[in-house]
Design a protein around this ligand. Structure first.
Ligand SMILES: *Cc1c(COP(=O)(O)O)cnc(C)c1O
Length: 423
């Protein structure tokens, strides 16, 4: 077992041995796998074990590992230089492609991570509304910038902090928390503070998979229109995962600013925020909202993103197929749960699927927290033993990729059946 030794070695030099806390397997009581390589839906650890991957780099790899089109785009572009810090044609091409699919968005700015996209979107929205107060929802994660690290779901939930050390109270005092899928709690915030911005994951994926209802999202749109507040949909995860045009593709509800990440970079560091012309033109150099990035829009990331999105838009049946794969898995889970009398909630949005070991349907963070995390840890352990790689937390969303085969789906269903018996 090289994995154990190498992880000890990593921990000597890297805090916790990981460069992002969600990668640690602390909450499921083992060491993370150190990955050597990937191929389609499979990953291989440094001991040579094969796993079917439902994490997919936490979302970006909708075409699985080592997709030939994305790989070739990256290699061919890299040969011409990695970055220039100057405009390149691929930026305009990717901008045009994304904006053509979201008619309510006029302009887009590329950055290098989802954190940067949401942080910049908030700054821009504040610059536009001229108000400091923002509303975020309990259990929604928008990256790790100071003002957004309050009840931030995902890793922050797994590790039991409602917020982070080192975040000044002076900053979070402008972040007002509301309850997901609960418009009354939003109205309450507006009564108590001068709110200029609402940021929300329209399909929450960072407290487990918890979709916002159409009524909730329409309600947010209406409240923002009434109060003159800017509505930001954080579609970093859902953007090209829930449908070919994210939450927007499912309900046509239009935010003022939308943030993208993950799939938009095809596995390279790339993210973006896009919005209406009058808002986006407030960004420097046109306007007074400053935001910059040395590697923003670099040709290699743009090429990977373009290859990924072009593949999405050239396959009409892609999301039908992906959703069928997702449903195949949650159905297998439902059957196994029923057979063994285990309370379970599941949901699917396109290539995203999620489950809670929970007696009741989950529509918000408080309900998600009532899930049985011990049972999750056992389930995770059993599945890993059988070659199925799931995110090591009850509060994450799982993903399927396009190359995921029926044989792998059958293997997953069999592993589910056996794992539930052991719970
Ligand atoms: C992953 C994620 C982020 C942060 O993106 P990074 O690239 O990890 O900084 C922000 N918002 C949502 C909804 C996400 O899922």
């Amino acid at each position: 077992m090289r994995n154990k030794d190498e992880f000890l070695e990593a921990q000597k030099y890297i805090p916790g041995g990981v460069n992002s806390p969600v990668r640690a397997f602390g909450s499921v009581g083992s060491d993370p796998l150190i990955i050597d390589k990937g191929d389609r839906e499979f990953i291989y650890d440094i001991d040579g074990n094969e796993y079917i991957d439902y994490v997919l780099s936490w979302g970006p790899l909708i075409f699985g590992h080592c997709d030939k089109d994305i790989e070739n785009a990256v290699i061919n572009t890299a040969k011409k230089g990695l970055s220039f810090g100057a405009p390149c044609l691929l930026e305009t091409e990717l901008a045009k492609l994304v904006l053509s699919k979201f008619p309510h968005l006029d302009k887009i700015r590329f950055v290098s991570s989802g954190t940067e996209a949401t942080m910049s979107a908030i700054r821009l929205a504040r610059g536009y509304s001229k108000k400091d107060g923002i509303i975020k929802f309990e259990g929604c994660y928008h990256g790790h910038s100071d003002g957004l690290l309050v009840k931030a779901g995902s890793g922050a939930t797994t590790f039991g902090y409602s917020s982070s050390l080192g975040v000044p109270n002076d900053i979070v005092k402008n972040t007002h928390l509301a309850k997901y899928n609960d418009l009354n709690s939003v109205e309450e915030c507006f009564k108590n503070a001068d709110i200029g911005v609402i940021i929300v994951e329209p399909i929450a994926g960072n407290m487990g998979l918890v979709p916002g209802s159409d009524e909730f999202l329409n309600g947010l749109r209406k409240i923002c229109d009434e109060k003159g507040a800017v509505l930001i949909f954080d579609e970093v995860m859902s953007g090209f995962r829930a449908s070919a045009t994210g939450s927007y593709g499912l309900n046509k509800i239009k935010a003022d600013i939308v943030t993208f990440g993950k799939v938009i970079g095809g596995g390279m560091p790339c993210a973006a925020y896009a919005g209406k012309k009058e808002i986006m033109e407030l960004i420097s150099p046109l306007g007074g909202v400053y935001q910059a990035g040395t590697l923003s829009g670099n040709p290699v990331a743009m090429a990977a993103g373009l290859a990924s999105l072009n593949k999405i838009y050239s396959n009409e049946n892609l999301f039908i197929n992906l959703e069928n794969k997702s449903k195949f898995i949650t159905q297998a889970m439902q059957e196994a749960a029923k057979e063994n009398g285990i309370p379970l909630q599941t949901d699917v949005r396109g290539s995203m699927w999620g489950f809670f070991f929970n007696e009741n349907p989950v529509t918000n963070y408080a309900q998600a927290l009532k899930s049985d995390t011990d049972r999750f840890a056992k389930f995770h352990f059993e599945m890993l033993k059988k070659g199925i790689y799931l995110a090591p937390s009850q509060f994450e969303t799982c993903f399927v990729c396009e190359p995921l085969s029926q044989a792998s789906l059958d293997k997953t269903a069999q592993a589910i059946k056996e794992s539930f018996k052991a719970l």
